[in-house]
Design a protein around this ligand. Structure first.
Ligand SMILES: CC(C)(COP(=O)(O)OP(=O)(O)OC[C@H]1O[C@@H](n2cnc3c(N)ncnc32)[C@H](O)[C@@H]1OP(=O)(O)O)[C@@H](O)C(=O)NCCC(=O)NCCS
Length: 332
């Protein structure tokens, strides 16, 4: 006898972007690059950088406030909070605990999840499964990253690609059947962690004078290899999840991919034989906001009326780890 799981729907989304807009020309003043190079290689025109005293938890809290308002619930009803971030305010306590306090959520379950740029999808899948288990009633998930805090402004191949931001969603059980989050999938391959990583600041290499002098607290990346893996992995995981729920590419109403690079997104669309009009992108304005990226695009697409009831929406991401994931949603 097959078990029927309750439907999980997204009842509210929200996002937050710092006010400070940093254009490609602004970056060209501090690093040897140009607006033309950045636009043509990545599709990014500008990004936002948080203020010095604006931490990941502050952005996360601001995004969450909007998602809670959109969901129309009392914050006291939230009983689980998951924050996906690779730039926590500090190693501990978790950013989720800080956000829990800033939002005044009471003594609920709150924890961080680290899956780099796949973080929003990992949190969405984890949160919806914890709802389905019956252990929780209303779940708040957040993807937030202050990438500017780990960018090396002497490395032009990485510092031009990322931005800061936060996104959030409220998840609830629905009485309706055959709608909401149909399913999620995620994977990882830790066999080559040096493709995209921050060498120092953890237990393997605690902070030292040497680690600071050799700039090991900043992002290091093998851009070419990451590019290839991203297209392959996001294509595969998208096909897998569609097959799993008996859908074809042509059934997709909207694909929301991780906003890393427009050439990666175009290659993915080509590989899936999906016209670019079926994708929602905001990479040009915000760059790669890591854990916030997919949620930022989802919030924007929903608020702009690009997602309607009954439509099939596919979210897909990849990131450092490597990690990857996808979530298939029939919008309620
Ligand atoms: C990083 C990336 C944009 C580089 O594009 P590319 O076409 O592979 O560029 P290359 O690495 O071949 O570099 C080409 C040249 O541009 C130079 N270059 C790199 N960054 C530059 C910049 N910001 N401005 C100007 N020139 C730059 C390089 O030094 C190189 O010069 P050289 O040929 O004289 O050595 C691309 O590989 C990429 O987007 N990878 C994926 C990164 C990503 O999405 N990461 C996040 C994953 S979640």
């Amino acid at each position: 006898m097959s078990q029927v799981f309750p439907s999980v729907i997204i009842t509210g989304t929200g996002s937050y972007l710092p006010k400070n807009v940093v254009t490609n020309d602004d970056l060209a003043k501090i690093v040897d690059t140009s607006d033309e190079w950045i636009r043509s290689r990545s599709g990014i025109h500008e990004r936002r950088f948080a203020e010095k005293d604006e931490a990941t938890s502050h952005m996360a809290t601001a995004a969450a406030e909007k998602a809670i308002t959109a969901a129309g619930i009392d914050r006291e009803e939230i009983d689980l909070l998951i924050v996906a971030t690779m730039t926590p305010d500090m190693p501990f306590p978790s950013t989720a605990c800080l956000v829990q306090s800033q939002l005044g959520l009471g003594n609920i379950t709150a924890f961080d999840l680290q899956a780099a740029c796949s973080g929003f999808i990992y949190a969405l899948n984890t949160g919806s499964n914890m709802l389905r288990s019956g252990a929780y009633k209303k779940v708040l998930i957040i993807g937030a990253d202050k990438m500017s805090s780990i960018l090396d402004f002497e490395d032009r191949s990485t510092c031009v690609l990322f931005g800061d931001g936060a996104s959030a969603a409220v998840l609830e059980i629905s009485e309706e059947t055959n709608c909401g989050i149909l399913g999620g999938t995620a994977g990882s391959d830790g066999s080559n962690p040096n493709l995209l990583y921050q060498p120092a600041g953890g237990s393997a290499q605690p902070a030292s004078l040497k680690s600071v002098e050799s700039r090991e607290h900043f992002i290091r990346m093998n851009g070419k290899e990451i590019f290839k893996q991203a297209v392959r992995v996001m294509g595969q995981v998208s096909t897998d999840i569609l097959n799993c729920y008996d859908y074809e590419t042509e059934h997709i109403d909207l694909l929301i991919p991780h906003q890393a690079n427009m050439r990666i997104i175009e290659s993915l669309a080509k590989r899936m034989r999906l016209p670019m009009e079926k994708l929602h992108n905001n990479l040009d304005r915000y760059g790669n906001t890591s854990g916030a990226s997919v949620g930022l695009a989802l919030d924007e697409a929903f608020r702009n009326g690009r997602i309607k009831s009954g439509e099939l929406v596919l979210l897909v991401a990849f990131g450092a780890g490597l990690t990857w994931g996808a979530t298939l949603i029939k919008w309620h």
